[in-house]
Design a protein around this ligand. Structure first.
Ligand code: MG
Ligand code: ZN
Length: 220
């Protein structure tokens, strides 16, 4: 009997939008584009990227809450979670974004508390400042703020086979460590899988992930 756990990225995967990216486009200035560019080019790591972005953001808790409330999940994510729940497949979210909006969106859309969320911690500071704390940094690769590879390996050490679902560059460590990888079509993670000859499944939404996972977890 195999125990399965699915670990999902949040921005652009569980959530329709890259909410983290959109947050800084909304509440910071155009410097956020250069910061993300530097991260994508490997000039700064994702912890530095998030630190720099937070430093130029101007947003209070009320504004961020209403911004989060306007965000949508993947249309099939809840159905996916329900299926996993009824088949004893654990589901978790691992994000290199910020816990405040992830938890707010998860609650608003009624995700069960069993869907564990592991992300960087957002702290509101002063009138309209935010900063990030990195509770998982020391367990990771030293490049990611919250290394998904750590969460995958931890689930494996607990006796699970891990399916990783993601879309972007922050999913590289998670994908490398996972037993099965789902990479969203036309996104950076898919390109990374191709370049590194990493076996993977392609998907557009969680409806498609669900169909393939039903097959994958069938006792052989
Ligand atoms: Mg993503
Ligand atoms: Zn990492």
């Amino acid at each position: 009997m195999v125990n399965w756990k699915v670990i999902c990225d949040f921005d652009g995967t569980t959530a329709q939008n890259d909410v983290g990216n959109l947050l800084f486009r909304t509440f910071a200035d155009e410097r956020c584009f250069d910061i993300v560019k530097a991260w994508k080019a490997g000039k700064i790591n994702s912890r530095e990227c998030l630190q720099h972005e937070c430093a130029i953001a101007s947003v209070n808790e009320r504004q961020l809450a209403s911004f989060a409330d306007s965000q949508q999940l993947d249309p099939f994510f809840k159905e996916f979670v329900e299926y996993c729940r009824s088949h004893k497949i654990a589901v978790g979210i691992a994000s290199d974004g910020l816990d405040f909006y992830i938890e707010r969106i998860a609650r608003k859309h009624g995700l069960p508390a069993a869907v564990e969320i592991r992300a960087n911690h957002l702290v509101f500071a002063g009138e309209s400042g935010i900063r990030a704390e990195f509770p998982y940094f020391d367990s990771g690769c030293g490049q990611c703020g919250n290394c998904k590879g750590y969460h995958v390996r931890q689930a494996q050490a607990d006796g699970n086979r891990v399916i990783y679902v993601g879309d972007g560059l922050s999913d590289r460590c998670g994908a490398r460590a996972a037993d099965e990888v789902f990479a969203k079509r036309e996104r950076d993670l898919l390109k990374f899988c191709h370049e590194n000859r990493l076996p993977h499944h392609e998907y557009d939404d969680f409806g498609e992930v669900l169909t393939k996972i039903k097959d994958l977890v069938k006792p052989q």
